[in-house]
Design a protein around this ligand. Structure first.
Ligand SMILES: Cc1cc2nc3c(=O)[nH]c(=O)nc-3n(C[C@H](O)[C@H](O)[C@H](O)COP(=O)(O)O)c2cc1C
Length: 347
């Protein structure tokens, strides 16, 4: 089985991005160009994982990755749920929603998703939010699937290395979307991508991927010069024509200037970075009290749908990283070519 290094020629991994951005067209276009496209499957039902993998294969014969959140089935505390609804009441009132419905489903079943992923047999599988059990990792590798684990601090990188991951994705605090932290408090994993790489380099022999705030070829060249094998870029791909996020989301990203993101746990119950907006500000004082992911995420689902329907970006979760003001709206192939030209110019 070829190693991760032999699988695809360019040092660019397109980050998995749950919530619709990573369409089969986006993933396939990145892989077709020589990077590694990643399908975000955390919110997909098992059958949809298999169907989307087939869709990617109809578009390209190049390797790609599928990504999952490692998460146990949640235990629901119904008293805490009612308290969480009360915390969201001012937001509901502003959107004209009388009652926040109790979700009928909290998240997909991880074991069933993992079975589907193994059936889909991508070249690479990446995981965040926790580590796999040894038996799960061995099942993947026995099926010829290379495994990437996400780490937001040195301790997590050491655990993934000990588990035998094929590569470790170091997620700096600049990164858009959810923090992958599973050791220590999420707010304590504060290192930026390049500092985290520097801290891990002396201790980790497993090939390293750097993620967070990398938007152009100069950023890629800097990460590679500092010892990373690959970069993982999310926000840079969000405004691509092949990205599945809504026109309004893309418009907000393109309007974003300078320091326009912040981290919050108010939308989902897990710390995540996105465009700072009214929802985050209204919830700022109570964000520490909301239930953990996936309960809060499911609970705010109706709010986020209503906000999208009412074209209220100030109430939507617009996940993106600190580099958002450098987003470029173009086709994936054009972005990849531009990035590689910039890498050459910077090296
Ligand atoms: C909209 C969005 C959704 C994301 N969803 C996922 C996901 O489903 N799984 C995952 O492992 N990482 C997810 N991430 C985090 C990325 O893997 C990566 O760490 C991040 O995009 C890197 O930072 P950047 O956005 O500054 O490039 C998401 C990021 C964004 C922006």
């Amino acid at each position: 089985m070829p190693s991760m290094q032999q699988l695809f020629p360019l040092p660019i991994i397109q980050a998995p991005m749950a919530g619709g951005a990573t369409t089969p067209e986006l993933v396939a276009a990145v892989s077709q160009f020589g990077g590694l496209g990643s399908l975000a499957a955390p919110l997909l039902a098992p059958l949809a994982i298999i169907e989307q993998a087939e869709h990617i294969r109809r578009l390209t014969d190049k390797p790609f990755a599928i990504n999952l959140f490692v998460q146990p089935r949640p235990q629901i505390d119904f008293a805490a749920l009612e308290a969480a609804k009360v915390l969201l009441q001012p937001v509901c009132a502003e959107l004209g929603m009388e009652n926040l419905p109790t979700p009928t489903r909290w998240c997909e079943d991880f074991d069933a998703q993992l079975d589907a992923l193994i059936t889909a047999r991508p070249a690479v599988a990446s995981f965040t939010f926790d580590v796999l059990h040894g038996a799960q990792l061995q099942r993947l590798q026995a099926a010829g699937i290379r495994v990437i684990g996400t780490a937001t601090n040195v301790a997590e990188a050491i655990v993934w290395q000990a588990m035998g991951a094929d590569a470790i994705c170091l997620q700096g605090t600049e990164a858009g979307g959810h923090r992958g932290t599973f050791i220590g408090a999420q707010q304590d994993a504060r290192l930026g991508a390049m500092e985290l790489l520097a801290a891990c380099r002396p201790l980790i022999q497993t090939p390293l991927i750097v993620a967070g705030g990398i938007m152009d070829g100069a950023g890629i060249a800097a990460a590679l010069a500092a010892g990373a094998q690959w970069v993982q870029m999310g926000t840079a791909f969000l405004c691509c024509h092949e990205s599945g996020v809504s026109a309004l989301y893309k418009e907000m990203l393109q309007k974003a200037k300078g320091d326009s993101t912040r981290q919050t746990r108010a939308f989902s119950g897990r710390l995540a970075r996105g465009l700072d907006n009214r929802f985050m500000q209204m919830m700022a004082n109570v964000a520490d009290q909301v239930p953990a992911y996936p309960v809060q995420n499911a609970l705010t689902g109706a709010i986020r749908s209503a906000a999208a329907q009412q074209q209220r970006p100030d109430m939507m979760s617009l996940w993106c990283g600190q580099g958002v003001s450098r987003s470029r709206a173009m086709h994936v192939a054009e972005l990849m070519q531009t990035l590689m030209n910039e890498v050459q110019a910077a090296s």
